[in-house]
Design a protein around this ligand. Structure first.
Ligand code: PHE
Length: 337
């Protein structure tokens, strides 16, 4: 019996110093395991004298139950404690700010380009594309700008080879379309163009929208009507519009189109150089020489063409005074539009 009491005592001491589930498992194996101390005593029960056996047996059984129950209770306590600790470390702080992914937005030049396209599409124009790396022929010669023509000086060209250039305007697209299709034509060609030029109002790459309409009986008044409607849609119905005589090799007669200065309403300021007017477009009736190059019958067809810089229009719409701001990719600037 003494052996049983010292077993219980030893158990109580050991369990008292156990502090976690792993330690508890060791004690469990030692006492209630298959090869544990309790089993050993149960196995040896026959060696106890028969008269002492019932008391010994029931005491052993009590101790066995006590040990098992104590271990179960501690196990429950340790498991609960472990769960609480885990919950504590895994706790989510729902007041922390999330990972913010900023919303992108369309570049102001792209926004204005879309507006321009929408206006012309609503007037029945279709949109045409062309290459940015262009043959000298389409960029110049087919537009009545021969190799020795002084008008080549108007556009500072990036040459890739003698005959291949980065297009200096989107006008070559009109030639490419006319070569493929017969009139009537009503197209615009938006896209990137390149000139060796850089200051507050010029970048080496910028965007143009070219327009072309060809049909029987097209006159200058058609050009005026289309462009006035366009300008009034883009800048507001009371914007004054002025056609000023000009020169382009591919149009005859040619004009530059001004709008009343939107900064000073015509009274004169730094932006309009005190004239009250700001130039926004080049245009004219297609020079018959251009039609001849693509094989159109000049006695049957006439047409008009126009071209504009999208950055310039964007700057006017948003009062931006330096074109380079558009391409520095400073999100603080671009987010304003
Ligand atoms: N292509 C001309 C330029 O880039 C603009 C233009 C187009 C003028 C069509 C008249 C007609 O300067």
């Amino acid at each position: 019996m003494d052996d049983l009491f010292s077993l219980k005592k030893a158990f109580l001491e050991e369990i008292g110093s156990v502090d976690d589930l792993a330690g508890l498992q060791l004690v469990r194996t030692k006492y209630s395991g298959k090869k544990g101390l309790i089993r050993a005593r149960l196995r040896d029960l026959s060696s106890i004298p028969p008269d002492k056996r019932p008391l010994y047996g029931s005491t052993l059984n009590d101790i066995k139950n006590f040990i098992e129950e104590t271990i179960r209770n501690r196990e429950l306590i340790f498991k609960t404690r472990e769960k609480e600790q885990r919950l504590e470390t895994e706790k989510l702080d729902i007041t922390l700010p999330g990972n913010f992914t900023p919303f992108g937005r369309r570049h102001p030049v792209n926004q204005i380009l879309s507006e321009i396209k929408d206006i012309f599409v609503s007037m029945g124009f279709s949109i045409e594309d062309g290459p940015e790396v262009e043959n000298d022929y389409y960029n110049f010669e087919a537009l009545n700008i021969p190799k020795d023509h002084p008008a080549r000086d108007m556009q500072d060209t990036f040459y890739i080879s003698d005959d291949i250039v980065l297009r200096t305007h989107t006008s070559p697209v009109q030639v490419r379309v006319m070569e493929k299709r017969d009139p009537p034509l009503k197209i615009i060609s938006p896209g990137k163009v390149y000139r060796c030029d850089s200051d507050v109002s010029h970048t080496a790459m910028f965007h143009q929208v070219e327009g072309l309409m060809v049909d029987t009986g097209i006159s200058f008044s058609d050009l005026k009507g289309v462009l006035e409607l366009f300008i009034h849609s883009l800048f507001g119905a009371d914007t004054p519009v002025r056609f000023r005589p000009s020169y382009f090799p591919f149009t005859e007669p040619s004009a530059e189109i001004d709008i009343g200065c939107i900064f000073c309403s015509g009274s004169g300021c730094g932006v309009c150089k005190t004239t009250g007017w700001i130039e926004i477009l080049g245009a004219g009736l297609v020079n018959p020489k251009v039609f001849e190059m693509v094989g159109y019958n000049t006695s049957e067809y006439s047409g008009f063409a126009f071209g504009m810089g999208v950055e310039r229009i964007t700057m006017l719409r948003y009062s931006i005074d330096d074109i380079r701001l558009l391409y520095e990719n400073d999100a603080r600037f671009l987010n304003q539009f």
